[in-house]
Design a protein around this ligand. Structure first.
Ligand SMILES: [Fe+2]
Ligand SMILES: [Fe+2]
Length: 296
């Protein structure tokens, strides 16, 4: 499938500009009252400001080599969406650490170190491959969040659940963009498969390190961490259930499937009591001029 075909099927990619009030919700175990499930999502959020800057930079480095107007437009949308995500999650993380007494610098350090290492040691194409692989992981998680059968957000505070659903919708909308840029840049599929294994291990190591740090800070012993890992990978196993989707990427000829995307995106009906959206300035001035609002 060509990039242009995929973009037109997925519709335009435009950043939304949400405002959330998470001040109270982030102070507690907002995800169903579970310390582990709360820390798992908070750790994901902590990885986003540095990770999404890396995604933007690695795609932007290849922007000049693009000719397809549809793909260029999709790249602008991708950059606009990821820029808003990193601003919203930076505000989320600041609120989280202030309300719960966490050390933001300590928690973000491993994620920043990983990005710095990649910038110093990897070629632009290898950095783009890492972005493609991480976008695949993100898209798989996003679909599970929006589908909701996996129960990732069961019992979650509705204000914070809305943050994750908004992010998941936009990850679904732009999930093919880095993949298509990589193809145009002449990237090798075999390298993508190797990269997915590498970035998955790093992703899990860094996220669970942050989970352990937060649980320790909250006074929880190793039993809470062990029970949480069983929940994710054993039973009911929402992360284990993502393995087939993760592994599809390793098959020769993989192309991001989008059959379910419209249903997932259209199935999201944000509650106006939980989130408000500013008018889309991108319609007037282009995504780069858009100023994300973040948390109130
Ligand atoms: Fe994102
Ligand atoms: Fe993304």
């Amino acid at each position: 499938m060509s990039a242009a075909t995929r973009m037109s099927r997925g519709g335009p990619i435009r950043p939304r500009h949400p405002t959330f009030d998470l001040e109270e919700a982030l102070a507690g175990d907002w995800n169903g009252g579970s310390p582990f499930r709360t820390a798992f999502f908070n750790a994901l959020s902590l990885s986003f400001p540095s990770g999404e800057r890396f995604f933007i930079d690695s795609v932007r480095e290849h922007e000049d080599g693009l000719d397809d107007p549809a793909l260029k437009e999709a790249v602008r949308g991708f950059i606009g969406q990821e820029a808003v995500h990193r601003r919203v999650h930076a505000a989320y993380n600041e609120t989280l650490c202030r309300r719960r007494g966490y050390d933001l610098g300590e928690l973000e350090a491993p994620f920043l170190k990983g990005v710095e290492w990649s910038e110093e040691n990897l070629s632009p194409l290898a950095r783009l491959a890492a972005t493609v692989a991480l976008e695949h992981l993100t898209a798989a998680l996003a679909a599970a969040l929006l589908d909701d059968r996996a129960g990732f957000l069961a019992g979650a505070d509705p204000r914070i659940a809305e943050v994750w659903r908004w992010h998941a919708v936009e990850e679904t909308e732009h999930k093919s963009v880095a993949f298509d840029v990589y193809a145009v840049a002449g990237g090798c599929p075999k390298r993508l498969r190797q990269t997915l294994k590498y970035v998955t291990l790093n992703f899990l190591r860094d996220n669970f390190r942050a989970v352990r740090t937060m649980l320790r800070r909250d006074g929880h012993g190793p039993g809470v961490f062990a029970a949480g890992m069983w929940h994710l990978f054993g039973w009911p196993g929402p992360l284990r259930r993502l393995v087939p989707e993760w592994a599809a990427f390793l098959r020769p000829g993989f192309d991001p499937p989008n059959e379910r995307d419209a249903g997932l995106i259209d199935g999201w009906h944000p509650d106006p009591a939980m989130v408000s959206f500013a008018p889309d300035p991108a319609r007037r001035a282009g995504p780069r001029a858009a100023e994300p609002r973040g948390l109130s």
